[in-house]
Design a protein. Structure first.
Lengths: 116, 113
């Protein structure tokens, strides 16, 4: 079946511009997660959703970062006034649920963001 | 911070078994051991997970020691396509860390012809 999809696959933007990154989770998955991976760095958690609610936003690096999820499906990660340090691969994952054997996360291919 | 320790790199000959170790000496009773891998320029791929019993699927086997303080991921017949960074992660689905996975630096496995 279809996996997690993300768009765009690559995005080049200028410093100071806003960007929106999209994630389509696996159909039926109620939980959705955002991570990012900077060049040569590990993966760091940003935020996760259960349904349309975000119980944990602790990984968002600044108030320039926000995310929303509507209809319990698609999620958008928005970065306002982008900075060069925002350049990274942004990864989305989804899971059936949060526990009870449903918590395994499946990742999308990522969006590669380059801020010039 | 990651709660696991893995060697930064390992080599394996093609066709041989790859045994990737992971130490998680502070693991708690409710925490599962998960393994993911990341092939260059791709998103992480789920491999296997377990609580205390050994597990096997079509990709790999997971051996967890009786005291649960360490585990080994086994790829029985490594191929060149298994070259990747392998991450060992401990997670309590119902715990305070909630839904997130905390990745360490992983082990970079190089499978050589």
């Amino acid at each position: 079946g279809a996996g997690v999809s993300q768009s765009p696959s690559n995005k080049v933007t200028e410093k100071g511009k806003d960007v929106e990154l999209r994630c389509d989770p696996i159909s039926g998955h109620t939980a959705l997660y955002w991570y990012r991976q900077s060049l040569g760095q590990g993966l760091e958690f940003l935020i996760y959703f259960q349904g349309n609610s975000a119980p944990d936003k602790s990984g968002l690096p600044s108030d320039r970062f926000s995310a929303e999820r509507t209809g319990g499906s698609v999620s958008t990660l928005t970065i306002q006034r982008t900075q060069q340090e925002d350049s990274a691969v942004y990864l989305c994952a989804s899971s059936l649920g949060l526990a009870g054997g449903q918590e395994t996360q499946y990742f999308g291919p990522g969006t590669r963001l380059l801020v010039l | 911070d990651a709660k696991t320790t893995q060697p930064p790199s390992m080599d394996c000959a093609e066709g041989r078994a790859a045994n990737l170790p992971c130490n998680h000496s502070t693991i708690s009773g409710n925490e599962y051991v998960y393994w993911y891998r990341q092939i260059h320029s791709q998103g992480p791929q789920y491999i296997i997970h377990g609580l205390k019993n050994n597990e096997t699927n079509e990709m790999a086997s997971l051996i967890i020691t009786e005291d649960r303080k360490s585990s080994t991921l086994i790829l029985p017949h490594a191929t060149l396509r298994d070259t990747a960074v392998y991450y060992c992660i401990v997670r309590d689905p119902g715990g305070v860390q909630g839904g997130k996975l905390i990745f360490g630096q992983g082990t970079e496995l190089s499978v050589k012809p």
